[in-house]
Design a protein around this ligand. Structure first.
Ligand SMILES: NC(=O)c1ccc[n+]([C@@H]2O[C@H](COP(=O)([O-])OP(=O)(O)OC[C@H]3O[C@@H](n4cnc5c(N)ncnc54)[C@H](O)[C@@H]3O)[C@@H](O)[C@H]2O)c1
Length: 345
């Protein structure tokens, strides 16, 4: 992967696209970062962008419903794509083709074909395109990842995600709401924690008798990963009690022992195999206590800005992140066909 850096001696100019929930979280990050400047806000519903800018006291900010008009008028270095997943492809490719780098919300796209064409557009434009998987920056996930790294070659990684959730009406419209919306967070975390990449998956997605969702809100999946690792996932949006955290509940077993993590604010625990000694890593302090708003946005922006300035790719760089999306799309294909599906990007 090769992308051009920005050498100009001035803050990086950024436009937020999408003025819904997460757009409203990203704009303050761009205002707070000493190396970025918010120069525009786009939403197909222009009044939403205007209202969101007004809420932050930015009455003079360039806002509009036309992405191309704001890009041409403001000449940003990058956009933050905060639109709904169905719009991710068009918004990202439009920016890349105009020479504008893209930091996107998850998921990269809805389909793998869309994602491939986005990666190709980034390559052709020589522009940085990354997806911010904000949970990668949770201090307890980082501590779990470091603890797992001491387990030696891994054999098993499991995560359970159980939530009695009914908060967003659009989930009712999805055929597989758990796999299509939430699972990418857990699947990407599995890659981050293990350092392994997916090879194939067998998945079932279904409706338990008691669920309040029209779609298949529950799923189990077995992923074969590189190094012989098996990653298993079980989850439900319709948990009848005993919820896990929003990042699930985790166990990793390797040659040297077992580590566990509650997916939340508690540090990981570890037990060494007989005759060995292992200690869990402690979570480190918040690197951005003054800028903390929404988990993992400040860190993701920092890595992206560093990438644009130095050429060092951030964690969610598109050639890497497409593998997390491929876990979702292959799991969906397996759920629909009943077959074990190879994972190729
Ligand atoms: N990382 C996280 O924890 C997290 C949390 C919430 C949302 N998200 C992700 O952020 C994205 C947005 O979610 P949200 O909850 O903010 O949604 P939302 O519906 O609140 O906001 C999306 C906005 O995008 C606008 N939009 C849609 N198509 C557009 C287009 N082509 N051009 C410009 N604007 C367009 C809509 O009008 C809307 O205002 C989704 O991909 C979602 O998965 C991530």
């Amino acid at each position: 992967m090769t992308f051009d850096t920005v050498a100009a001696d001035r803050p990086l100019r950024a436009v937020v696209v999408g003025a819904g929930f997460i757009g409203g979280q990203w704009a303050p990050e761009l205002l707070a970062h000493p190396g970025t400047e918010l120069v525009g806000w786009v939403d197909v519903a222009e009044d939403l962008a205007r209202a969101a800018a007004g809420k932050l006291g930015l009455d003079d900010l360039a806002v509009g419903s036309s992405l191309t008009a704001v890009l041409d008028g403001e000449e940003p270095d990058f956009i933050v794509n905060c639109t709904t997943p169905q719009a991710h492809h068009d918004v990202t490719v439009t920016a890349l083709r105009r020479g504008v780098a893209v930091l996107s919300e998850k998921p990269m796209a809805v389909t793998l074909d869309e994602a491939r064409s986005m990666v190709k557009a980034a390559d052709e434009a020589r522009r940085l395109f990354a997806v911010n998987q904000n949970r990668r920056f949770m201090p307890t996930l980082v501590a779990f990842r470091r603890t797992v790294a001491d387990l030696g070659p891994l054999g098993l990684l499991t995560s359970e995600f159980f939530m009695p959730y009914r908060g967003r009406p659009f989930l009712d419209t999805l055929e597989h709401p758990l796999l299509q919306d939430m699972a990418i967070h857990l699947f990407d975390a599995a890659r981050a924690v293990s350092g392994a990449d997916p090879i194939s998956v067998y998945c079932e997605s279904f409706r338990p008798a008691w669920t309040w969702y029209p779609g298949a809100c529950s799923a189990t999946a077995i992923f074969e990963m590189t190094g012989g690792l098996r990653y298993t996932f079980a989850g439900s949006w319709s948990a009848p009690g005993q919820p896990t955290s929003w990042t699930g509940s985790w166990r990793a077993a390797g040659t040297h022992g077992t580590a566990r993590w509650d997916g939340d604010g508690h540090p990981p625990t570890v037990e060494a195999a007989k005759g060995l000694v292992l200690r869990p890593y402690a979570p480190e302090g918040d690197p951005f206590p003054d800028r903390r708003r929404f988990t993992g946005l400040a860190e993701g922006l920092e890595e992206f800005v560093t990438g644009l300035r130095t050429g060092r790719p951030p964690q969610g760089e598109c050639h890497d992140n497409i593998r997390s999306l491929a876990m979702v799309t292959a799991a969906l294909e397996s759920a629909r066909t009943g077959a074990r599906v190879p994972i190729v990007t």
